[in-house]
Write a protein that binds this ligand. Structure first.
Ligand code: CO8
Length: 272
């Protein structure tokens, strides 16, 4: 049933303990909900995030996803209390954290992280696994793992360096205490927009709705092509992009999009 904001609770997904899920049109909103631990990422929470993301990725009625936390914390990192007594051999054999963090990287649909409050350690890494980051004015991004005698383990040394450059990433990761506030994160290009905390999720949903209204095939291809910019040389990336661009001409949505432009009307995409 829809509430005043138009959000609809998904009954089929109501069995989660540590997340809440809602849908609004073609947008799914996943809210981390472990307030007593500032959304620290324990196994159960990660299992639930992965499970719900996989479901939404395979649900053709969903075109984009918003991932958020509370106003106090997006996520304050991996759960320190859960992992503190684990050992190398066990972690190595079970690929500790590996399987938790792979699902988001595999997602075909765009995910917007709407970050209010703390995004520290694994929380910052979780945000950086998403495709777009929006921040509330009081957001704090940091990689404090060095203070715990360890280092970032889910992309912090790589994605943060790509996002903010080597010097700032080194300063943040090596000191564990140089954090970015929302405006700084925007200046460095880590986040693309900053909003008042209470407007953040609404703004993220607006952008997600806009994305979800486009042809789903071209959205998926565009995401794939942008992500290759991190993996390939320029010439290989340009080649990859051109092939996908050419492939869009096999879709109904390309025919519809260009016909609508020529006929001066809005396109009616069918996501095929
Ligand atoms: N793990 C477990 N519990 C946590 C965590 C955490 N990361 N963060 C906060 N909590 C708990 C606190 O222990 C406290 O619980 P309790 O009430 O039972 O004592 C509760 O949340 C509230 O926290 P505080 O009382 O500390 O709240 P403050 O407002 O005083 O401070 C801070 C907020 C500054 C965020 C503080 O809680 C803090 O420093 N937290 C730890 C931040 C941190 O070091 N994060 C990095 C963790 S290591 C990591 O993330 C490795 C990444 C590996 C990849 C992960 C996969 C994506």
């Amino acid at each position: 049933m829809a509430d005043d904001s138009g959000l609809v609770s998904s009954e089929t997904l109501s069995s989660y303990n540590m997340i809440k899920t809602e849908t609004q049109g073609r947008v799914a909103v996943v809210t981390l909900n472990r307030p007593k631990a500032l959304n620290a990422l324990c196994s159960e929470l990660f299992y639930e995030i992965n499970d719900v993301l996989a479901r939404f990725d395979n649900d053709s009625s969903i075109g984009a996803i918003v991932l958020t936390g509370s106003e106090r914390a997006f996520a304050a990192g991996a759960d320190i209390k859960e992992m503190k007594d684990t050992e190398f051999i066990g972690n190595y054999k079970s690929n500790f954290l590996g399987h938790w963090t792979e699902q988001i990287s595999k997602m075909r649909k765009p995910i917007i992280a709407a970050v209010n409050g703390y995004a520290l350690g694994g929380g910052c890494e979780l945000a950086m696994m998403c495709d777009i980051i929006y921040a509330g004015e009081k957001a704090v991004f940091g990689q404090p793992e060095i203070n715990l005698g360890t280092i970032p383990g889910a992309g912090g040394t790589q994605r943060l360096t790509h996002a903010v450059g080597k010097s700032k990433a080194m300063e943040m990761i090596l000191t564990g205490s140089v954090n970015l506030d929302a405006q700084e994160a925007k200046t460095y290009g880590l986040v693309s927009a900053v909003f008042p905390p209470e407007k953040l999720v609404e703004e993220a949903i607006k952008t997600a709705s806009k994305i979800a209204s486009k042809g789903a095939v071209s959205v998926q291809m565009a995401k794939e092509a942008v992500n290759q910019a991190y993996e390939l040389s320029l010439s290989s990336g340009l080649h990859f992009e051109r092939r996908l661009f050419q492939a869009t001409f096999a879709t109904k949505d390309q025919k519809e999009g260009m016909a609508a432009f020529a006929e001066k009307r809005k396109p009616n995409f069918v996501h095929e």
